[in-house]
Design a protein around this ligand. Structure first.
Ligand SMILES: [Fe+2]
Ligand SMILES: [Fe+2]
Length: 278
């Protein structure tokens, strides 16, 4: 039985203990990535990793892997090597492609095209606000990937047909943080991460996870929030049926200045007239 997926230099390796802690990270450079074994096949070979930047693991202290990965630690993973090393560019590209697949699988979970429609409306808003083409591309990509963190939320919660309990909501509310953590392994997603992390912040400071308000919220996230809400309202959720585009428009207007940036809502209303709600 091959228990070690990869054998790096001894100083670069960490070994999972029985509690699921990865021990200490010693003097690694910031460009180093950490690959934590997460899935084994029936022959106990590693077939899945969770990848993150080593900054997530505080130096000189331990951090439970549950907090990092958002999933329960499996006892059979104890003793496996955690790979720590640089990530090469073609792996970076593959990593972003893997995130696209993850976004698609979340969409399939609630039988929607939510990430695609949110990206479409985010792009339209950003273009209409005459942002630079680079910013438009960043916002579109952030919109496409904004909910990938739902991949670590239990599926039963994502597809639960009835109202969610307070505890279930608190798990769902972590998805913005999880999405941002999933951006960590790719330096190319640094700006995207800031937008994704803030996509549930409210303009009045009552959102999550950081209670940012007004212009503290990155502009891309203020745009994404409006596109996200419109897509969610018009496609519905497992626990809530969809509402009509006209009702969704009224809801955006009602929440302008509280949940949403009024400037962004103004642009969205103009676009809804132009595109006839789609
Ligand atoms: Fe979200
Ligand atoms: Fe969303």
């Amino acid at each position: 039985m091959n228990r070690k997926a990869y054998k790096p230099h001894p100083e670069e390796s960490l070994v999972l203990n029985k509690q699921g802690d990865a021990g200490r990270v010693e003097e690694q450079s910031v460009s180093v990535q950490v690959m934590i074994p997460m899935e084994l096949d029936p022959k106990m070979r590693v077939i899945g990793f969770f990848a993150l930047d080593n900054e997530e693991l505080p130096e000189g202290s331990q951090k439970n892997l549950n907090e990092i990965t958002g999933t329960p630690f499996k006892a059979e993973l104890a003793g496996l090597t955690v790979f720590v090393g640089p990530v090469v560019q073609n792996l970076q590209d593959n990593y972003i492609k893997a995130l696209f697949s993850l976004a698609d699988s979340i969409d399939r979970c609630d039988q929607s095209a939510h990430s695609q429609t949110t990206a479409l409306w985010s792009r339209r808003i950003a273009q209409c606000m005459q942002l630079s083409s680079e910013e438009v591309e960043e916002i579109t990509l952030a919109a496409r990937l904004h909910d990938v963190g739902k991949a670590v939320v239990p599926r039963e919660i994502l597809v639960k047909p009835g109202p969610l309990s307070e505890n279930e909501w608190s798990i769902i509310r972590h998805h913005a943080d999880y999405s941002a953590t999933l951006m960590d392994p790719s330096p190319g997603l640094k700006n995207i991460k800031l937008i994704v992390l803030a996509h549930h912040e409210y303009y009045n400071g009552c959102g999550y996870p950081r209670n940012l308000r007004g212009e503290e919220i990155p502009q891309g996230a203020r745009i994404l929030a409006v596109a996200d809400a419109y897509s969610t309202m018009t496609t519905g959720r497992a626990y809530r049926p969809p509402i009509s585009p006209e009702q969704a428009k009224l809801e955006l207007m009602r929440c302008s200045g509280t949940q949403f940036d009024p400037e962004v809502v103004k642009v969205m209303i103009k676009l809804l007239g132009r595109y006839q709600f789609f």
